[in-house]
Design a protein around this ligand. Structure first.
Ligand code: NAG
Ligand code: NAG
Ligand code: NAG
Ligand code: NAG
Ligand code: NAG
Length: 468
């Protein structure tokens, strides 16, 4: 197929219909990137996000709870890349609700159907918040719901689920043996565990995490979840993991790449050389598999062209963009390979945001020029948001990845495995419990923040510094 030009004028018809609302993105201007990210983020928040609700994202059951963790991660990045605190309060509300009274990212409503990958997406979000030093409230800290210790909690729980009895190791997809896919070991559950372990190692300097990262990665390669040519399979059934689903998904490549990048950063000498080789190969396979040769657009090749994507899959490009951005930060030698491609995709994605009733909804296909393909949803919006905001570090020195010995603040608790919060604490701090046990509880939490804001008259930053 011939590449379509993105120059205005070629698709005059589309542009002239939608021009009033289309998202204007000058990729060389930080202000423009911030404004575009804000428009997409605002529409996402207004349409799909309700941090006070049990599920966090709606409509349910189109969108599942794991996507709430993914959305919170995008809003942590949003704040880190733009400095805009508009959504921070809702990130905190969503977080407190998600960590649940058991402080293990297995809230009671989700626990019976939750997979290791669902928990992993939340855990990676809290790692983002740890590294970017997202503000923690006093209540959150008092409860033991700080970001770092919750990631450590998930790590400890998932270590306990490492299963050597089948396939020589690895995590199963599901946590509970009564769930259908308990027999499946998938790349995303293990890839998130790998990435989480690697980032914990880089952040804390604790070698035990690096040992787990290495063990998981070696298992993924030995068992051919990551093939010898670095194309990455989706997963395989127990007991032997010898027959693969070889579907190719962007997020599997992204999570492996980011984990390798964290290990590259954490190690030195020949170990670093090993991880560099892994990054280079995974990056090459990613580009060959998902980056359209004509347009440079990232394509979710497994489902996008024929519109076979389910309600989860349109969001996967968001995580590839996020984790490529992360890779460019912690393995900066990849910057010149990654950033031009992300910047290109930021422009391509923004150019699709001319759809729906708003005239600004973002589409699924980024490879068809400045037009909307009729696909609108949480995933489309999230993918555009992440790829646009991840272009920010190219033009501004924002969103650095910090660590404990260099600006990090979140409290470490390496032995945490979750705990039940005492009811009085719950009532005091958790909007989640407030809403469930007191009819007007959520309003009270909101009202408290509002009062502080009104009295102080500044903005969310003030609320956080008072609460924190
Ligand atoms: C925070 O969430 C509530 C509940 O969904 C919503 O009414 C409010 O507008 C949100 N705030 C922002 C800044 O989006
Ligand atoms: C990755 O691809 C580039 C360009 O095709 C090539 O020069 C490089 O050798 C490849 N790297 C690896 C590790 O295969
Ligand atoms: C490790 O990551 C930091 C950012 O967290 C970066 O500044 C540094 O250059 C990286 N180290 C190497 C060896 O790439
Ligand atoms: C390092 O992590 C391990 C495993 O979680 C933990 O047992 C140990 O206490 C940690 N060490 C330090 C110094 O925090
Ligand atoms: C975590 O537990 C290990 C093993 O029981 C112990 O050696 C270590 O001191 C504990 N770490 C902390 C920070 O409590």
């Amino acid at each position: 197929m011939k590449p379509r030009s993105l120059l205005p004028g070629v698709s005059i018809l589309c542009l002239s219909i939608q021009a009033t609302n289309a998202i204007d993105l000058d990729i060389n201007s930080y202000d423009s990137i911030k404004a575009a990210a804000k428009t997409v983020a605002r529409d996402l928040a207004n349409t799909y996000w309700d941090p006070y609700s049990v599920n966090g994202v709606h409509p349910w059951p189109t969108y599942y709870w794991w996507l709430h963790g993914a959305v919170l991660g995008a809003f942590v990045d949003y704040w880190a890349f733009t400095g805009d605190t508009t959504f921070n309060e809702n990130v905190t509300v969503g977080w407190l609700r998600g960590v649940s009274p058991t402080l293990n990212l297995q809230p009671v409503e989700q626990a019976s159907s939750e997979g290791n990958d669902d928990q992993g997406f939340w855990s990676i979000m809290s790692m983002d918040a740890t590294e970017k030093v997202f503000p923690e409230t006093k209540g959150q800290k008092d409860l033991g719901a700080g970001f770092l210790e919750i990631t450590q909690t998930v790590h400890n729980l998932q270590v306990g689920r490492w299963d050597e009895t089948t396939c020589g190791g690895g995590l199963r997809w599901q946590i509970n043996n009564w769930n259908n896919n308990y027999k499946y070991k998938n790349t995303i559950s293990n890839g998130l565990f790998f990435q989480q372990s690697a980032r914990l190692a880089k952040y804390t300097g604790n070698v035990t995490y690096a040992d787990w990262a290495e063990k998981t990665y070696k298992w993924l390669r030995d068992k051919k979840f990551i093939q010898d040519d670095f194309y990455i399979n989706d997963g395989a059934n127990v007991p032997n993991c010898d027959k693969f689903s070889n579907e190719q998904w962007t997020y599997n490549y992204g999570t492996i790449m980011a984990g390798c990048a964290a290990m590259y950063n954490f190690t030195d000498g020949s170990a670093r050389a090993y991880w560099k080789e892994q990054i280079d190969n995974v990056l090459n396979a990613t580009i060959k598999t998902f980056f359209d040769a004509d347009t440079g657009a990232i394509k979710e090749i497994q489902c996008q062209e024929g519109y076979y994507c389910n309600d989860d899959q349109p969001s996967f490009k968001a995580y590839l963009a996020r984790w490529m951005g992360y890779t460019a930060q912690v393995a900066p030698y990849t910057y010149n390979d990654i950033m031009p491609r992300l910047r290109k995709n930021a422009q391509l994605a923004a150019a699709t945001c001319v759809g729906g009733s708003s005239g600004r909804d973002c589409g699924l296909k980024w490879n068809i020029g400045p037009q909307f393909d009729g696909k609108t949803g949480l995933g489309e919006q999230l993918s555009a948001m992440e790829v646009i905001q991840n272009a920010a570090p190219f033009v501004a020195n924002v969103g650095q990845v910090l660590q404990a010995n260099n600006g990090g603040e979140s409290k470490s608790n390496p032995n945490a495995t979750g705990k039940k919060i005492k009811k009085d604490k719950v009532e005091e701090y958790l909007p989640y419990m407030l809403k469930n046990y007191h009819i007007t509880g959520a309003d009270r939490f909101g009202a408290a923040i509002l009062t502080i804001l009104t009295v102080a008259g500044f903005g969310a930053g003030v609320a956080f510094s008072i609460m924190g």
